[in-house]
Design a protein around this ligand. Structure first.
Ligand code: HEC
Length: 114
């Protein structure tokens, strides 16, 4: 009985982790497409591609998911809050569909390279 219980625990513990990791990967890939479609690289650069004044290579290590989400939906507020001096300032992507927003946030969070 203990053995079966142990096995069940293993299965229930391991399964959601791998399912989550796969879901995460798909989300990040979706986010990469949204980033390209929204032309974020006009002002930002990832892995040497885009505008070198706005490096996002390590943004996932510097900002929380909430902060990244705030930048996307209300950049003017974050510009004021962080006193970001760069021009042109980022506009709010307030009408971005929720699934695209979450995909973008997941993509930004995956960027942790120094
Ligand atoms: C018109 C130029 C412009 C565009 C287009 C733009 N941004 Fe920005 N963004 C900025 C500026 C300016 C800042 C302030 C920080 C800086 O100077 O990089 C900023 C900051 C950010 C930050 C916080 C960065 C940090 O280092 O703290 C994130 C995340 C971000 N932008 C994501 C995006 C995403 C995702 C898109 C596309 C949906 C986008 N931006 C499009 C100009 C832009």
């Amino acid at each position: 009985m203990t053995r079966i219980c142990g096995l069940l625990t293993l299965v229930t513990l391991a399964w959601p982790v791998s399912a989550f990791a796969q879901h995460d990967k798909a989300l990040v890939e979706h986010g990469e497409k949204v980033y390209a479609a929204q032309k974020c690289s006009v002002c930002h650069s990832i892995a040497g591609k885009g505008n070198p004044k706005g490096l996002l290579d390590d943004v996932g290590a510097r900002l929380s998911a909430d902060e990244i989400r705030m930048w996307i939906v209300d950049a003017p507020a974050m510009t004021a809050k962080t006193k970001a001096p760069r021009k042109p300032a980022m506009k709010a992507y307030a009408n971005i569909p929720k699934d695209e927003l979450e995909a973008l946030v997941a993509y930004m969070q995956s960027l942790k390279k120094k």
